[in-house]
Ligand binder design. Structure first.
Ligand code: NAD
Length: 459
């Protein structure tokens, strides 16, 4: 078996066809050294610009992304297997984030704090060079969630995309140059996690690490950062509940449920993969859920009618199969194309609370359904997990919606919907789902250090 250090390039496959669509060189530790040095130089000049000039350049970058939206979306379809409608949203999310973050560059205001004997002010200083280590499940948006606010706050960004999905990241870096961003300021280092990723995490010239990926790798990165007292933002896994009370509009809850765990073929850290249904409504809900799951058609991701694409890779499909073989008994099972491509059908299991399928993140199009008796039981079940990323609550009782929202230990909850991600609202996890927040009005602050300066008026 080859050690990660022996890998000099990665083949990129189209997961819907298994065709090799590109071969990308893998960055070495020496490449990381050179990129950090260049990024450091670029960052000093970037931070010295007037905030309005930084904002203007980022808006140009946003406009360039906008002009290439369809191209980026089609690249995401080819390398990640996302349905074209989703991929267009993802490319648009990058543009929107750049625009939103650009607005923050001129609003990164400090405070004037009343003290005796002088003037006390605070500054939000950029950190320097920031490493963004991205996963394969949403290659475009997650790259931008870290990069856009970090750049707006005056930092340089080195982006390490996942081995399987480097192409949109590489294209984004080209577009940044085309838009006029300085060379070295936003640079992409494709390569193996344990090589290029690990070198970035350990590099003394990297001031912060933003990592999105598995909880296991996140813990290792946090330990490496702890040894260097390096700040880290972690966006990790999830096993989020979709809580359906008997008083909910059951038709609406059942119609929305498939999208909440099948979107992106379940490869979504916010997937509502535990459906908790009040016992008195359980049978009716299951009756309504079955046709809704079946209608969530899997097929060619380039076809606008397709709702669900393939899994990302053969290895990932094996991980999903290790939880649930396609032959295992299921309450509901959808159809998936046969032949080439890493296909896996939509699957709903009736499970017991302690089952592995009910406690571990499968990261595929699989949900478990569990009954509950009352509100307290629903909250207890919802919180019976090491994760705490998202969750949904379906009820017509406003008081209950708020009580349960406050009681569920998760960072992103939605009532009578499955919304998790908006660029203008904060996103992140409780418990082992992560550390820190991305997006929202405070996104830039996470890429700064607060400096306090006191000017004496007595001298
Ligand atoms: P992963 O942890 O294997 O890889 C993520 C990234 O880390 C990749 O770029 C990889 O190359 C890199 N990496 C791997 N080992 C490394 C190391 N030792 N040092 C530095 N970098 C390293 O995760 P994945 O399989 O790509 O993504 C799936 C996981 O990500 C799921 O568990 C999912 O829940 C999680 N995820 C979470 C969020 C969130 O926002 N909370 C979003 C997307 C994905």
């Amino acid at each position: 078996m080859r050690k990660p250090d022996d890998v000099h390039e990665h083949q990129v496959l189209n997961p819907a066809t298994e065709e090799v669509i590109a071969t990308v060189p893998a960055a070495t530790a020496e490449d990381v050294d050179a990129a950090v040095a260049a990024a450091g130089r670029a960052q000093r000049a970037w931070a010295a610009l007037a905030p309005g000039d930084r904002a203007r350049q980022l808006r140009r970058f946003a406009a360039t992304v906008d002009a290439h939206l369809e191209e980026l979306a089609r690249l995401e379809v080819r390398e990640a297997g996302h349905p074209i409608g989703n991929a267009r949203w993802e490319a648009g999310n990058v543009r929107d984030l750049l625009d939103y973050a650009a607005g923050g560059a001129e609003r990164l205001t400090g405070a004037q704090i009343p003290v005796a004997g002088g003037l006390n002010v605070t500054f939000h200083e950029p950190l320097g060079v920031v490493a963004v280590i991205a996963p394969w499940n949403f290659p475009l948006p997650i790259a931008a969630w870290g990069a856009a606010p970090a750049l707006a706050a005056g930092n340089a960004v080195l982006l390490k995309p996942a081995e399987t999905t480097p192409l949109t990241a590489l294209r984004l870096a080209e577009l940044a140059l085309e838009a006029g961003l300085p060379e070295g300021l936003f640079h992409v280092l494709p390569g193996a996690g344990p090589v290029a990723g690990a070198a970035l995490v350990r590099h003394p010239g990297v001031a912060k690490v933003v990592f999105t990926g598995s909880t296991a790798v996140g813990k290792r990165i946090m330990a490496e950062c702890a040894a260097r007292v390096k700040p880290v933002t972690l966006e990790l896994g999830g096993k989020s509940p979709n809580i359906v009370f008997a008083d909910a509009y059951l038709e609406a809850a059942a119609a929305a449920a498939p999208g909440s765990f099948l979107d992106n073929t379940g490869q979504d850290c916010c997937a509502r993969s535990r459906i908790l249904v009040q016992r008195t409504a359980y049978d009716r809900f299951m009756e309504l859920l079955e046709p809704a799951v079946r209608a969530f058609t899997a097929g060619d991701p380039a076809d606008p009618a397709t709702r669900m694409g393939p899994l990302i890779s053969a290895a990932h499909r094996e991980r999903v199969r290790a939880y649930v073989p396609e032959s295992a008994p299921a309450a509901i099972r959808g159809d998936a194309p046969a032949g080439k491509g890493f296909w896996y059908p939509a699957t709903v299991l009736e499970a017991a609370p302690g089952d592995r399928t009910a406690t571990e993140e499968i990261f595929g199009p699989v949900a478990v359904v569990l009954p509950f008796d009352d509100e307290a039981d629903a909250v207890r079940l919802a919180n019976a997990t090491d994760y705490g990323l998202s969750g949904s609550i379906w009820t017509r009782d406003v008081g209950r919606a708020l009580r349960v929202s406050r009681a569920v230990a998760a960072g992103n909850l939605s009532v009578n919907s499955h919304s998790s991600v908006r660029y203008a609202t904060p996103f992140g996890g409780f418990k082992q789902s992560g550390l820190g927040r991305e997006l929202g009005p405070d996104a830039l602050a996470a890429f700064t250090e607060t400096k306090n300066v006191f000017l004496s008026t007595d001298a």
